[in-house]
Design a protein around this ligand. Sequence first.
Ligand SMILES: [Zn+2]
Length: 405
Amino acid sequence: MSLAGASPQSSQTAAPAPTAPPLALVNANVVNVRDGRITGKATVVLRNGRIESIGTAPAPTGVATLDLKGKYLLPGLIDAHTHASDLAAFRRALESGVTTVRSAGVSNYVDVGFNELVKRGFAAGPNVITAGYHVRPQIAPEAFLNNPEYADLMTGVTTLDAMRRAVRMNLAHGVDWIKILATERAGTPDTDPRKQVYTEDEIRAIVTEAATRNVPVQAHAHGEEGAMAAAKAGVRSIEHGTYVSDATLELMKERGVYFDPTYTTVIDLTEAGGDYDIAALRIRGEHMLPRLRDAVVRAHRLGVKIVTGGDTAYGPNSLTRIGQEITHFVEMGFKPLEAIQSATLVNAEMLRLEKSIGVVETGFEADVIAVEKNPLETITTVEDPVLVISNGRVALNRLAFGKQP
Ligand SMILES: [Zn+2]
């Protein structure tokens, strides 16, 4: 007797992926994050994961409605630097108003896997722009469980050839970005974040290899030399940038390199609890924080494009959220609209997704959040979204608990 052709699956039909029913948001104040104009009493129809229409006509018949009662509708926020690695973590990101994240390195390609669940409709979001394993001299050893054919890289990624292969290892998993270490880490007590890790030529080899698949590179760089090398070598974003000089910032502006300061996580270094609770890191954080603040202020003044990134894994103890990053940008001199743009349309542009996310406009993805107050007047309102919709699916609805206008 042959078992061929009698696989147990053949007699069963998989249930179709769930689809989001159409939904009309009524009585919304829609914030245009391009210019700060607000459209009142708006009806926003979401269908098939997209924004179908925005206008003042009543909701179409037969479509469920949610009455926003004058609350302010913004595009879903973008976290350009996450290490979220399990379902609960992605959920925490989503409930904070983040509908798109960019992975900044994670084990076992869970960024790729989770994004696939979102694309198939099994999770509302956030959509994940993937990176796979962080390319650095010592790649996380778990990488070789996923890629045993690259096990020789366990001895170190220190030659140009090894760097190109480490990039190809990630590209084979379909990642959207390559993440590299241009300087040492800040969040580990025995590394100095100012120490350069890869040279300009080495980073250029990585950038060139990634470009064979049109994949951009994000460079972790606290120290000046590593950040300058990364900017010269052609990376698309500098992560952290604590000790960057004006010369590096000017080069970043000239070359269109985005700055993702992940400021809120450095605050976490300086405080008890959160992701980091180690005395040595608290001392380091107190040294870093005013310098990073100064770097952000200088970058803003020079006109470097600045984006929001959390640099948290959204674990149960995490105190870092994108809403707080936006608020801190305003404390550092951004206009509220500029800070919101850093979390929406500027971030979408960095991700090359400016035609699909980052604004509330017809045809864009149905990624929206509602906040209680006008965020252009009261920026802290973005720290507490009362409605989160991702890919047309309602992920959080606390409208009933908000103050009524
Ligand atoms: Zn990070």
